[in-house]
Design a binder for this molecule. Structure first.
Ligand code: AMP
Length: 411
């Protein structure tokens, strides 16, 4: 996100309930069924089910539009929805997302989608599928809703109870139903894309042109409406890793919400954002499978060496080296096992003899080599070693002997 010029924003986990009702929409699943709401001294509050509403609230409250024409903000943190927990769906989950305020152009939308596809590639999610749609501005949606209702009215009685209700309160939501009978019935409803007004169409054409120029593969899905009411024009979803997540799981969802800032009392500032489920990214990707937690483990052998080990650990971290000091009262063997489990390249051992002589034993765990170095020079030597690639595994009898000699000195 920082490479794209986004800065981190942090907003509260709790916001006033009406904020979500107003922006997400009263007839959405999130507001109707999924919010953890409570009342505190007669004030209705809600654990945020998503971050966009709170961020837009903060944007308006602090009149950010006065100080910068475009604001690019990213966030990362917990969201709360009362859903039935299952793989990839939790009641407290984490999202990473971003909002861009102040740029109405479809170039902004295309860049966001393209960057997300690249990001998924970087974390090992191959060939994600991008679905895009435009639901136009409010005029377009008003005309489309009429056509949708006219089409579904005759089969109304066959729709699920939720969809029957939504056909009256919020017809677009019917397209979002997961009910198999509803899905069948909406099969050949008119396409919203046929209802786009001139400006909406120019925006939609622009989006596809920019995506083509970037070489970002996408599929047009005119039934994509997404579960939050605040969207207009561009909508997108990115899916993938079906083998790990199942077909229904969306990795990333996003879209344009040009009306929200004005709705919250600010000026007419266009905006677009996305949110990705962090847990789903972890399940779907190779993230978290890296084995190296630290570069170096420092192991004092005996109480007397702990001070020197702590100093060495701190000096290593000051030099930018990831380092754990293992102060347990354990055998050398157990500490080396720990160092290997942490994926450390180097173990530094300090026993009574090393303490007295002002040295440390440096074990290169990748090369199975061992040397004794003056403690004042240890950090420089460690940094040098870390800068060179680990040698291919080889058995060095000398090193094994030295290690067992060291073990014998263990307390
Ligand atoms: P949404 O805010 O509904 O557009 O969701 C954006 C993304 O957040 C989804 O594509 C998921 O990756 C993730 N997400 C939404 N709800 C949950 C949940 N209950 N548990 C885990 N991830 C979720």
């Amino acid at each position: 996100m920082e490479r794209l010029g986004y800065r981190e924003v942090r907003t509260p986990y709790v916001e006033a309930t009406p904020l979500f009702v107003r922006t997400i929409g009263s007839s959405t699943d999130v507001v109707e069924k999924e919010m953890f709401s409570f009342s505190h001294r007669d004030e209705p509050l809600t654990l945020r089910p998503e971050a966009t509403a709170g961020i837009a609230r903060a944007y308006v409250e602090h009149k950010v539009h006065n100080s910068e024409p475009v604001s690019r903000w990213y966030y990362l943190g917990p969201m709360f929805r009362a859903e039935r927990p299952q793989r990839g769906r939790y009641r407290q989950f984490s999202q990473v997302g971003a909002e861009c305020f102040g740029d109405a152009g479809p170039g902004c939308d295309a860049e966001m989608i393209d960057a997300l596809v690249a990001f998924l590639g970087d974390i090992g999610i191959a060939s994600p599928e991008v679905f895009v749609n435009s639901i136009g501005s409010s005029d377009t949606r008003a005309r489309y809703k009429q056509a949708l209702v006219a089409k579904l009215e005759p089969v109304k009685d066959k729709l699920s109870e939720d969809s029957q209700r939504r056909l009256v309160t919020n017809p677009l939501r019917v397209l979002d139903s997961k009910n198999p009978v509803d899905l069948e019935l909406v099969q050949d409803v008119p396409s919203v894309l046929d209802f786009l007004g001139n400006e909406d169409r120019a925006h939609w054409d622009g989006l596809r042109r920019h995506l083509d120029a970037l070489g970002t593969p996408y599929q047009v899905d005119p039934k994509l409406v997404r579960g939050l009411d605040y969207y207009g024009r561009t909508l997108f979803e990115i899916k993938g890793a079906y083998d790990k997540l199942g077909a229904g799981s969306t990795l990333i969802g996003g879209g344009r919400y040009d009306g929200m800032v004005a709705e919250l009392g600010g000026p007419a500032v266009p905006a677009i954002g996305f949110a990705a489920g962090t847990e789903r990214l972890l399940i779907a990707s190779e993230l978290g499978s890296e084995t190296s937690v630290v570069d170096v483990v420092v192991a004092p052998i005996g109480e007397g060496a702990v001070d020197a080990a702590l100093v060495l650990g701190r000096d290593a971290r000051r030099a930018g080296i990831r380092c754990e000091v293992d102060t347990r009262d354990a055998s050398i063997k157990a500490r080396l096992r720990r160092a290997n489990a942490l994926g450390a390249r180097i173990a530094l051992l300090i026993g009574d003899r090393e303490l007295a002589e002002g040295v440390a034993v440096l074990k290169d765990l990748a090369g199975h080599a061992q040397e004794t170095i003056a403690r004042a020079n240890v950090i420089t030597r460690v940094a040098d070693l870390l800068a060179t690639p680990a040698p291919a595994p080889a058995t060095m009898p000398g090193a094994t002997q030295a290690a067992s000699a060291a073990s014998e000195r263990a307390p």
